[in-house]
Design a protein around this ligand. Sequence first.
Ligand SMILES: Cc1ncc(COP(=O)(O)O)c(C=O)c1O
Length: 392
Amino acid sequence: MVQYDFDRIIDRSGTDSSKHTFDAAKGKTPDMIPLWVADMDFKAPDEVIQRMKDRCEHGIFGYTRVGEGYIRAVQGWFEKRFDWKVPEEWMVRTPGVVYAVNAAIQVLTQEGDAVLIQSPVYHPFNNCIVASKRRTVRNPLVYDGKRYTIDFEDFEKKIVEEKVKLFVLCSPHNPVGRVWTREELTRMGEICLKHHVFVISDEIHCDFVFSGHRHIPFASICESFARNSITCTAPSKTFNLAGLQTSNIFIPDETVREQIKACKSAQHCGEPTIFGLVACQAAYECGEEWLEQLLAYLETSAEKVSAYFAQNLPQIHVVKPEGTYLLWLDCRGLPIPPEQVDAFMLEKAKVWFNDGGMFGTEGIGFERMNMGSPWSVLEQACARIVDAAKKL
Ligand SMILES: Cc1ncc(COP(=O)(O)O)c(C=O)c1O
């Protein structure tokens, strides 16, 4: 069995990587360790790279259809990993999950309609809602100092009072790292059905789930949830393929599916690129062992980061992740105003995280740390923060 080496540092300079492009005008300089945008500093599985090379060697990159093999690979993955059968006719491909979330907002709501999110949450949800002139309604998650849960009373109250039409669910949740249980999903799904709220379930992080937890696809719970939702998936986070812009969206309801397809057509949005298709198929066919090893590596990294702060700087608390490769750091114990935590990380510690406040006001004083890097890099970042904190 191949042992993958996630400790290896791979130089990404000169590749125009978003994560590693430092822009001094925006206050980002090369002496900072970049642990922000959600891609990983690990190579994709060997089989994915090999199949892309083989396809490249062929040398003809003409118009290409989605083949039978691609469809079977996607279906096979969801059946094997989540015991969920996805009929071929449900599938629509988009150049990214945010594209799909945005398209769904366009076709399922009208200007001025209310769309519900659970803050702090992945910020493009709010951006899409605002850019489409819809109204963002928030059901803030409840933090007890250790773990986040849902305030179901508030969830239903907001839906009724604000006349919510659409709910964008983040499952597993970025940035707080919750993997929603069947009970939680069922309760949300039932409330949505009762009040005719359609659900967009963004499950892009579904493959990152740690010991003791299980990802349940929202639409797999029952047929009525399936018909009342669309599920957004992609191999992009899982296998580090974000630059290939290939997502698989599952839309059980025929009318909604046709609306989303029409939205795509109106924008002349075709199928993914050859390399997106080749990589996705290869990853779902051959990437499972790589993923299992990666999950073990990430889980250990999360434990080590948590232990590092607990030992050296307990003013920073790492919220234990149940899933995703994003760590949510509660930095409100530091002797600085919560609004200044991100500037401290950048300017004093020289570590580039995502400022928690960008995910909603509930995230102020928190930082999102992308742990998809070799442990030595994460350790260096932690050490810099501890050193900088000593000078406060
Ligand atoms: C919850 C969530 N949805 C969507 C995306 C991005 O999806 P895409 O690049 O496919 O648009 C991310 C990336 O971090 C994410 O965390």
